[in-house]
Design a protein around this ligand. Structure first.
Ligand code: GAP
Length: 472
């Protein structure tokens, strides 16, 4: 008898089989719209609608709470998107931040070489090999036309600062938020009086002229990052790097991502970014495969060392205990301000049959849900019921996101709230006018309970607190 092969931990089904399910829900319910849609859209830029902006802000707040608010060793920063152009020469981005690209000779479309069928597993040297297209017989995936030899394509977007469009006025839109932190290291150290190890966190826009953007908000040309740079003694960097791995993975799990759909993947030496000594991605099983959700990097003294040399500033840290001066090493956690909400949205998606009908719900963590509570009238023709609803909703709105809806029958109103992830619905009916009680319905269990209406706000806030404590 032979043993059954051990299950492959990578063989995990995505939460949603087709990406289109999420794209269409996002459009239909107002999470994400194509940018400038009335003009036909602009490739790789997406706009967040009324529900999307709430979800995204909630994700950013949850990250800030875990990374800044609840930690004594990390402080925040909000640096400019535009920086001195020398920053990008010093950081290596002008010389190194590029992808090998080929161009179709008939339709002139450009592709990243590693995204062409048959070239996915090539190493960096092979991706730039002038003979690789002929050797592998690579053709344009759109029209089958012949492809050019690979060449490097810098991913930074440029603009001009000031009124004259000349070479000297070129500035870059930052391709990572991290550099804003490095150039402020001295300022933050002097004003916050932090001792090593300590971190600086920042959330903000970044821009990359991606050759092959796509998969909805997964790879965009304008996107957000949630980055934290942790400054450490050089000899502590390896151990501290290892400590951040489970901590960052656990953050996604606490906010509802299914653990089996997360994994770590270490970069091979030949695929490391120019600044990294070691890099491990937290990957998620998206509907289009296992892909990077967040990167954790040991950047050594690459950044502070280069900035110190190029600027002439002393970016050393003085350790009073050992009386040493040295350039700290950096352990970076770099999460996506779009990929994280996208992941939470995908992983929360549920379809089930309830009494012969399809029920779609988003089992979002209450802290991430756009609306925490909807207040619904059972009979909108009774003004006393509608008035009471508005009173309850107004009281809730002082504390949290609450919404009133009377545009359909109650069953449909519940389904609408389920589909946008609202954890609780409060329903006011005719009896409420007599007994002063309302029904609170839970999104996930669909259980209903009757409670005195004076207790509604307290109950919702207590449940929110309890959910947050579980995630803490
Ligand atoms: N500072 C390090 C850095 O930028 P990265 O792995 O290139 O590292 C970090 O990017 C994270 O930023 C990624 O894990 C992803 O979540 C997000 N990201 C990067 N490029 C993106 C893009 N084109 N669209 C959306 N998110 C992106």
């Amino acid at each position: 008898m032979t043993d059954a092969p051990a299950p492959d931990p990578n063989d995990v089904a995505p939460a949603v089989a087709e990406l289109e399910t999420i794209v269409s829900l996002s459009k239909r319910r107002g999470f994400v719209f194509p940018s400038s849609e009335i003009y036909g859209g602009i490739n790789a830029v997406w706009d967040y609608g009324p529900l999307g902006v709430e979800l995204k802000n909630n994700v950013k707040r949850a990250w800030w709470r875990a990374m800044v608010q609840e930690r004594d060793d990390i402080v925040g920063l909000d640096a400019g998107i535009l920086m001195h152009p020398q920053v990008w020469r010093t950081s290596g981005h002008v010389a190194e931040f590029s992808d090998p690209m080929v161009e179709c000779e008939t339709d002139h479309k450009r592709f990243r070489v590693d995204e062409l069928p048959g070239a996915e597993d090539l190493g960096p040297a092979e991706l730039l090999d002038p003979g690789i297209v002929a050797r592998l017989g690579l053709r344009c995936p759109v029209d089958g036309g012949p492809l050019s030899a690979p060449r490097q394509f810098n991913l930074m977007l440029k603009t001009y600062l000031g009124p004259v469009e000349e070479e000297a006025a070129i500035v870059y839109l930052r391709p990572e938020t991290a550099q804003g932190i490095y150039v402020n290291f001295k300022n933050v150290l002097a004003t916050s009086r932090k001792k090593l190890p300590f971190g600086i966190a920042q959330i903000g826009k970044a821009f990359r002229n991606e050759i092959s953007p796509g998969n909805f908000v997964f790879r965009m040309r304008e996107f957000e990052q949630m980055e934290m740079q942790y400054f450490v003694r050089p000899e502590a960097a390896s151990a501290i790097f290892e400590e951040w791995l489970p901590r960052r993975r656990a953050w996604y799990e606490r906010y509802g991502v299914t653990p089996s759909r997360l994994r770590f993947r270490e970069h091979r030496p030949d695929e490391l970014a120019h600044y990294a000594k070691k890099a491990i991605d937290v990957e998620y099983r998206f509907p289009f495969g296992w892909k990077e959700l967040e990167g954790i990097h040991n950047r050594g003294d690459f950044d502070l060392g280069n900035h110190a040399r190029a600027s002439g500033e002393n970016l050393q840290y003085f350790d009073p205990a050992t009386e040493e001066h040295f350039i700290p090493w950096i352990v970076e956690t770099s999460a996506g301000g779009d990929r994280a909400p996208f992941t939470f949205l995908i992983d929360a998606y549920r379809e089930e049959e309830v009494r012969g009908e399809k029920r779609v719900s988003l089992a979002l963590h209450p802290d991430l849900a756009p609306y925490k509570v909807a207040v619904l009238p059972l009979l909108k023709k009774r003004p006393e019921i509608v008035d009471l609803c508005h009173k309850i909703k107004a009281d809730l709105q002082r504390h949290t996101m609450a919404v009133y809806d009377d545009t359909a029958a109650i069953g449909k109103l519940y389904r609408r709230q389920d589909e946008i992830g609202t954890p609780w619905c409060v329903t006011v009916d005719v009896d409420s006018l007599e007994d002063g009680a309302v029904t609170v319905r839970d999104r996930d269990s669909m259980a209903q309970e009757r409670i005195p209406l004076e207790g509604v706000t307290r109950l919702i806030l207590d449940r929110l607190d309890a959910a947050r404590a579980e995630a803490g």
